[in-house]
Design a binder for this molecule. Sequence first.
Ligand code: CIR
Length: 257
Amino acid sequence: MDRRLALVRRPSPLLADGLVTHIERTPVDVDLAVRQWQGYVDALVDQGWQVIEAPPADACPDGVFIEDPVFVHRDLAVLMRSGAPERRGETEGLADVLTAQGYRIAAIEEPGTMDGGDILTHGDQVWVGVGGRTNQAGVDQLAVLLSELGATVTAVPTTKALHLKSAVTALPDGTVIGYEPVVDDPTTWPGFLAMPEEPGAHVVLLGDDRLLMSAAAPESTGLLAARGLDVVTVDISEFEKLEACVTCLSVRLRGPA
Ligand SMILES: NC(=O)NCCC[C@H](N)C(=O)O
């Protein structure tokens, strides 16, 4: 893995009003969420990652889910246009932060919509979930932007979960893991590996076969440890009440430096 730099954004005081689509709303303890967010940041730092903060987006309840308003690939940062209009203000301030880190900036434009949580990558293979937040026009725009970088974009129907990466993520060797009840078509990925818990489908790659996962997936964590992976866990219960997962709390900035 190249440089270890991660972008995060601290939780808004309005976090408890974040969107909920596929699960029942339960009360969020914002103070606990702030402590859990700090624990997540500390875990990244403990694993050798430098962390930079995006400007706060206090007026945006879901602003902490920084994975959704921007996607980075090689030296390109693509500002998203969420299918949830409530989330579109979250791109503010990101272009400056990413330009300062050496990225070129592009953007998904109307009529395209896309959330970063719908974008799964392994090397230059990119799968994009088309569903509640991302449409085909958005996929077409991303495909053009990424083709210049040699990446191939494949659209994947995503009807059972908020985002594609709510359903599946990829291990360091490219094996796609997922929680089958919310995966539209597991045969999209040869060698698909089913996980027994929904949060067990979510991994952040920390480098050197090390993964960051939710503490809410002990069986899945055990399965992955048995495959020789080194798993670090964090408690993100308050964010999970808002349909979020470990991936959405950071954006790893591995290029272009
Ligand atoms: N990439 C992600 O998994 N993002 C989670 C976003 C949760 C937020 N409450 C939303 O519904 O947009």
